[in-house]
Design a protein around this ligand. Structure first.
Ligand code: SAH
Ligand code: SF4
Ligand code: F3S
Length: 472
């Protein structure tokens, strides 16, 4: 038995899906030391805060969460607090001066060192900081235990070499590094063995997967995963438009398990701003890639990220952004007000856009997208979509209180839209449960979700793998 036996752990994750993946791996990595998940923050013996530095607000969230922990530590001096992730990497020792009750700071390439750091704290009573960038880019993957989810994440790349001028990621996650295909396949197989049906492959720019190391290209990796039995759906994020290859476009046409959805962040519709952002593509190149994607896979859902109020963005630039949103007709998007990151070059650019202008532009952009999303949702009414059931419908997750009757199920289409549905008499309750693919006829559209009924005839669950056919 270790000195840590029967202790409890609470992992609090802020940030992107990569952090969610890291958080899962942290919990699994600490299980051999006797840590099991705590029921609440208050009851934990060890709290791990997994942090994000992408915008100032995310960083503020980290320090306000740490502030909440001060009182817990006062009541329980044995509580261990460890701070990891991108803010830990960025701030290092400075975290200890801002939050003196923190015991461990560990960086994005030191996650595997956490068990050793805990032992050092126990042995010496001294605080530990490990933020060297020379650690392993990838964690030793731990197979899931008691997996109950239908979807899982697998990080296939770490870091980024692109140096977009607004972005902190290259400095906090280090240079781009790809995980070997055999390791990825083994991880996905472990997930499917535990009941996961859908994987999302994670990287900052999956289109350059394997290039530096001379591993296989990304479409090749997708083909290998497509051949894995037990896996029904493959998703990935994020794709950088400059590296979107014809091979990947063809994969959307050819691979039945690859979901017809691409997240292709453009950031701005203005060539002048794209240049200042160092994105290395133009509006015309981006639109050409969208055309080619749609020619190969007419049903493809396209989503994106936007930054409004980047330094020097004029009203005319912003109009270009609104116009590209109309032209592409995104299924949905994420939009952010530009936020200075001290480690990123744009922090030193002049002609910053005032906050109220940024806020007004963001609102205008979101209002426009709201109309487009609803129109997209309405265009699906009457069609049959294959839905991967992920659990009972929840009002709070759909945002459409009227759309969720009692005892409804919820799942996602291949295009990543939430569908809530109730069973018709033709369906036995045992045929519908998390992990099943069910053909659902869409009969109502809402801003954040769709509502439908499983089709009575035709496809049965076991045949419902035609992810790319949407015949009504
Ligand atoms: N690698 C991905 C992006 C990861 S960060 C890509 O290249 O698309 C996720 C999103 O956060 C970015 O797409 C961008 O829209 C936003 N973002 C990044 N840095 C930002 C900043 N300094 N201010 C505001 N938004 C930012
Ligand atoms: Fe940041 Fe650009 Fe890299 Fe994305 S591609 S992580 S936005 S530097
Ligand atoms: Fe945030 Fe780090 Fe992800 S900065 S967005 S948690 S890579």
């Amino acid at each position: 038995m270790t000195p840590f036996s029967s202790k409890t752990l609470y992992v609090h994750t802020i940030g992107c899906q990569m952090n969610v993946y890291d958080g899962e791996q942290i919990a699994r990595g600490l299980a051999p030391l006797g840590y099991r998940l705590a029921d609440s923050l208050k009851s934990a013996d060890l709290i791990v805060v997994n942090t994000c530095a992408i915008r100032e607000k995310a960083e503020q969230k980290v320090f306000s969460f740490l502030g909440r922990l001060a009182g817990l530590k006062e009541n329980n001096p044995d509580l261990i607090i460890a701070v990891g992730g991108c803010v830990a990497q960025q701030e290092g020792e400075r975290i200890l001066s801002r939050a003196p009750y923190v015991d461990i700071v560990f960086g994005t390439r030191s996650i595997d060192r956490l068990p050793g750091l805990l032992e050092s704290v126990a042995a010496t009573g001294r605080r530990q900081v490990a933020v060297a960038m020379d650690g392993d880019a990838f964690l030793t993957p731990r197979p899931p235990e008691n997996e109950t989810r239908v979807s899982g994440f697998v990080t296939i790349m770490q870091g980024c070499d692109n140096h977009c001028t607004y972005c902190v990621v290259p400095s906090v996650r280090g240079p781009e590094t790809s995980k070997p295909p055999a390791d990825i396949l083994a991880e996905v197989e472990a997930l499917t063995a535990a009941g996961v049906r859908e994987v999302t492959l994670l990287g900052q720019n999956v289109n350059s997967y394997g290039r530096k190391e001379g591993l296989c290209a990304f479409p090749e990796l997708l083909r290998m995963l497509n051949d894995l039995p037990g896996l029904d759906r493959i998703r990935f994020t994020t794709s950088h438009p400059k590296d979107l290859s014809d091979g990947l476009i063809a994969a959307f046409r050819d691979l039945p398990k690859l979901c017809n959805h691409i997240h292709l962040p453009i950031q701005s519709g203005s060539d002048r701003i794209l240049k200042r952002m160092n994105r290395k593509y133009t509006r015309a190149v981006y639109l050409d890639r969208i055309d080619r994607l749609r020619a190969a896979c007419p049903e493809i859902a396209v989503t994106s990220d936007f930054i409004v109020g980047f330094p020097g963005e004029t009203d005319a630039d912003f109009q270009e952004t609104l116009s590209i949103i109309e032209t592409v007709g995104y299924d949905s998007l994420f939009a952010f007000q530009y936020s200075d990151r001290p480690a990123a070059p744009a922090a030193r650019f002049s002609d910053k856009v005032p906050d109220p202008v940024k806020a007004a532009r963001l609102q205008q952009l979101l209002d426009l997208q709201k109309r487009i999303t609803l129109a997209k949702h309405r265009s699906l009414v009457g069609r049959v979509e294959t839905v991967l059931v992920d659990g009972p419908a929840k009002k709070q997750t759909t945002g459409d209180p009227d759309s969720v009757p009692a005892a409804a199920w919820s799942g996602r289409t291949a295009g990543n839209k939430i569908v809530n549905f109730t069973l018709t008499s033709h369906w036995k309750p045992e045929d519908v449960r998390p992990g099943r693919l069910i053909p659902v006829r869409i009969d109502a559209a809402f801003p954040h979700s769709l509502r439908g009924r499983p089709v009575d005839r035709g496809l049965r669950p076991s045949d419902a793998k035609g992810e790319k056919s949407h015949a009504a």
